[in-house]
Design a protein around this ligand. Structure first.
Ligand code: PLP
Length: 826
């Protein structure tokens, strides 16, 4: 008998700069097939990225092994969007290799800025919802929570925004043009997903609840994954992204040979269209069938993968919810509920009642909105065609659910109608939020006010039926990306003051900065950090727009998607008011301000695209007026994304959070800005309320109607009354109407004026006076720089609650009930 040869051992990466440099040269040579002398920019970037990535792989392998051994309960986060932000700096920081960036860039002969320019942010999301998903994954890894994020690998992410003569133009975001070095393909885990087709009764099932679906089309899901490292720990989780591919037989060789080139690839194109683009709209539905296909594609692939993973260590279905908790990020992945039912009942032959009990114990649902138009519904007719078996399952779920409702509220037909998963009407539709609530153990809102309104209005009947299902989990943001990476100067100052970097994983420690507000030297250093950040931002703004801004001016920022409820137009009315005041009285003593807007409008959202055009037009009018431009600057920075956010937020003095009360679910931009020492001017909306409660009313500029007063006013609202009563408001609106911002063209921006004086859906005119007066209080506070700096420090010091680490702990305590798994060092 020959003795077994020992298995070869992996030589893991070394921890010194020399090790790093040796691996770098080796990767350049063996992976890119080039040398230091002849490497191009993309070669240099790619090699650096891969060398950093190598340092995560060892941790990832140990994490997988620890998870396999512990067989823990996993969190599976399903989200149609992830807004991850750039990976290079993050992974340098998380691997401890950050300090080598400079010497290594020198080795590569490439300036740092050029290297970073190749580090494209994966724009796989629209805004706050996608960024929340990314923050939660970061915190789950940091807290050693076993978790996997599932999403779609869109070929084109959120469009790139540019301006032509002030109007928004959208360009495709070909984010993998140079390849994505952060991604590992995993072809062995591919899945096959069906669409269309027919269903038939399973002959051996007397209940009729089990049926057979024969799809009319099948598509392959090809997975790849990106690593999600925890900070200050060994855990590296992953996010698995699915790309749609045609099944192997789709290429029609005979047609191709006959010269029918287009027809030969028709099936391939149709299949691959599924993961082609992210729908650039975060509030209303469009793209219809293809969008629904995307949603089902994501959940079908992900559920098969979750079941595959479950079966690696477990057998039987009863124990499934003990090992699997699935969090649905909004309604986009809600078809997962029907898909799990189908798999259990039709494929694995689990009895309906047991399958339903397993399903309900597995899922939880996060609601992200209050706007009725953002509550997703799908036509029954479309579902019957695209996913016939799932529509049957929805009918059955609804049937049993309504029986339960009828037993609870005998004779209350209206209750049944309101609670039903199916909306009756000229076109019958499936209410995805209802399906989500019925099929979940826990439902959560994302800020205290939001949860309260959700249970009092939007989902009120459900909250009465199942009060114990509803929870609040206030959103948070990761301090690693939004303080440490975005604002290294402030981070160094905080670390210096607090003694170590422990605050980065225990953000409530910032509280101790509060002691520093009476230390004039600390205040001076704080102010100097902000000033230097503004100098950097000014350079960035000048390079990308040509506009020169004064770093000494009050930096007033409104950065978020353009949406009517967020009320960029209210901010613009304030800007025009300042413009009018300075023009009328050139000697007026005003506080110099830079008003910085950033944000995209959905391509089909014409009112908001016009508003973007108007912002640019006002910016130009301000800039070309010699008197005004000395005290006021307006800039709309193009293509707002996570990378831009990381530039802008550290430089902000004033954070604009001015949505109409009761409309913004939470907001997270508000948290990022407060943590970086911006003072908020805001309404009692979303998480603004919780920010104000913590930082103190004296460190927050509050204005506007509250939710109840806004609802009251709505009933008899006449925007013209406000317009007629307030000369400054009238002047601002009239200025838009007069065409002064459109070279005399009165028609161009007329729709903006009509919307304001007509319905003024979000009561901007009603809040105008309160807002403009509040901005005067801001200016007064700014004149006393010491007072302002104290406010700024206290905003950071008291916002530690808004770490996404706390958010994840809340999810763990209230909903997930998962335990961390420690991964031991190599
Ligand atoms: C944080 C963030 C958002 C969300 O901003 P809100 O002000 O909460 O709407 C949107 N986009 C990007 C790029 C972000 O980083």
């Amino acid at each position: 008998m020959t003795e077994a040869r020992p298995r070869p051992k992996m030589r893991t990466v070394g921890g010194t700069l020399e090790d790093f440099e040796r691996d770098l040269i080796s990767n350049l040579y063996y992976q890119r097939g080039t040398t230091l002398e002849s490497a191009s920019g993309p070669d240099a970037y790619h090699t650096l990225a891969v060398t950093v990535r190598d340092r995560l792989v060892d941790r990832y392998a140990r994490t997988a092994a620890a998870h396999y051994a512990a067989n823990p309960r996993f969190v599976y986060y399903l989200s149609a969007e992830y807004l991850l932000g750039r990976q290079l700096r993050q992974n340098l920081l998380y691997t401890g290799a950050e300090q080598w960036l400079r010497p290594v860039a020198e080795d590569l002969g490439a300036p740092l800025e050029e290297l970073e320019a190749y580090d494209v942010e994966p724009g796989l999301g629209n805004g706050g919802l996608g960024r929340l998903a990314a923050c939660l994954l970061d915190s789950m890894a940091t807290l050693d929570i076993p978790a996997v994020g599932y999403g779609i690998r869109y070929e084109f992410g959120i469009f790139k925004q540019a301006f032509r003569d002030g109007a928004q133009v959208e360009r495709p975001d070909d984010w993998t043009f140079y390849g994505n070095p952060w991604e590992f393909p995993a072809p062995d885990d591919r899945q096959v997903v069906g669409f269309y087709g027919t269903t038939a009764r399973a002959l051996d099932d007397p209940t009729g609840l089990r049926r057979q679906w024969t799809p009319g089309e099948t598509v392959r899901g090809e997975p790849s994954h990106m690593l999600v490292p925890g900070f200050g720990t060994q855990t590296v989780n992953m996010i698995r992204l699915w790309r749609a591919r045609a099944s192997r037989e789709s290429f029609d060789l005979s047609r191709f040979s006959a010269g029918q080139y287009k027809e030969a690839v028709e099936d391939i194109v149709r299949a691959e269209n599924i993961s082609k683009v992210l729908y650039p709209d975060d509030s209303t539905e469009q793209g219809r069938e293809l969008r629904l296909k995307q949603q089902y594609f994501l959940v079908a692939c992900s559920l098969r993968d979750i079941i595959r993973r479950y079966r690696l260590r477990n057998t039987g279905w009863d124990g499934f919810p003990a090992k699997v908790v699935i969090q649905l990020n909004d309604t986009h992945p809600v078809m997962a509920i029907t898909e799990l039912m189908r798999l259990l009942v039709d494929v694995y032959r689990v009895d309906w009642d047991l399958a339903w009990s397993i399903t309900r114990r597995t899922f939880n649902y996060t609601c992200h909105t209050l706007l009725p138009e953002a509550l997703e519904t799908w036509p029954v007719a479309l579902l019957e065609r695209l996913l016939p078996r799932h529509m049957e399952i929805i009918y059955s779920i609804n049937h049993f659910f309504l029986q339960e409702v009828a037993a609870t509220y005998p004779g209350d037909v209206d209750k049944l109608r309101r609670l039903s998963i199916i909306e009756e009407g000229s076109e019958r539709r499936v209410r995805m939020a209802h399906l989500a609530v019925v099929g979940s153990t826990a439902v959560n809102g994302v800020a205290e006010l939001h949860t309260r309104l959700l249970t009092a209005t939007t989902l009120r009947d459900f909250a009465e039926l199942w009060p114990y299902k509803f929870h609040n989990v206030t959103n948070g943001v990761t301090p690693r990306r939004f303080i440490r990476l975005a604002n290294p100067r402030l981070s160094a100052l905080i670390t210096d003051r607090l003694g170590d970097e422990g605050w980065l994983t225990d953000l409530e420690r910032l509280e101790r900065l509060g002691d520093a507000v009476d230390d004039p030297e600390f205040l001076t250093r704080w102010r100097e950090v902000k000033r230097q950040n503004k100098v950097d931002l000014a350079r960035h703004v000048e390079r990308s727009t040509g506009v020169v801004i004064d770093p000494e001016a009050l930096c007033d920022v409104m950065i978020k998607r353009f949406h009517e409820y967020k009320r960029q137009h209210l901010k613009l009315l304030h800007v025009i008011t300042l413009f009018n005041r300075i023009r009328e009285n050139p000697d007026l003593d005003v506080v110099p301000r830079t008003v910085l807007f950033g944000g995209k409008a959905a391509p089909g959202y014409h009112a908001m695209k016009l508003l973007i055009h108007l912002v640019n037009a006002v910016a130009e009018a301000v800039d070309t007026d010699p008197v005004v431009s000395r005290r006021l600057k307006v800039v709309l920075l193009p293509d707002y994304n996570v990378t831009k956010a990381q530039f802008i937020i550290p430089a902000a003095d004033l954070s604009e959070q001015i949505s109409l009360a009761g409309k913004e679910a939470s907001g997270t931009g508000n948290m990022k800005l407060a943590l970086n020492g911006a003072v908020t001017i805001g309404t009692l909306d979303g998480a603004n309320i919780e920010i104000r409660d913590r930082v103190g009313a004296e460190n927050f500029f509050l204005f506007g109607l509250n939710t109840a007063d806004a609802a009251d006013l709505r009933r008899h609202y006449r925007p013209r009354a406000f317009y007629e009563q307030d000369p400054e408001l009238r002047a601002a609106v009239d200025a838009i109407a007069s065409g002064v911002f459109a070279k005399g063209d009165r028609a161009l921006f007329a729709p903006v004026v009509d919307a304001m004086l007509g319905r003024d859906e979000y009561l901007a005119l009603a809040d105008y006076r309160s807002y403009v007066d509040c901005q005067e209080a801001v200016a007064e506070a700014w004149r006393d720089q010491e007072r302002w700096t104290r406010m700024s420090v206290l905003n950071s010091a008291r916002s530690g609650f808004f770490s996404s680490d706390r958010t994840v702990r809340d999810y763990c305590d209230l909903i997930w009930r998962v335990e961390p798994v420690r991964v031991s060092p190599a």
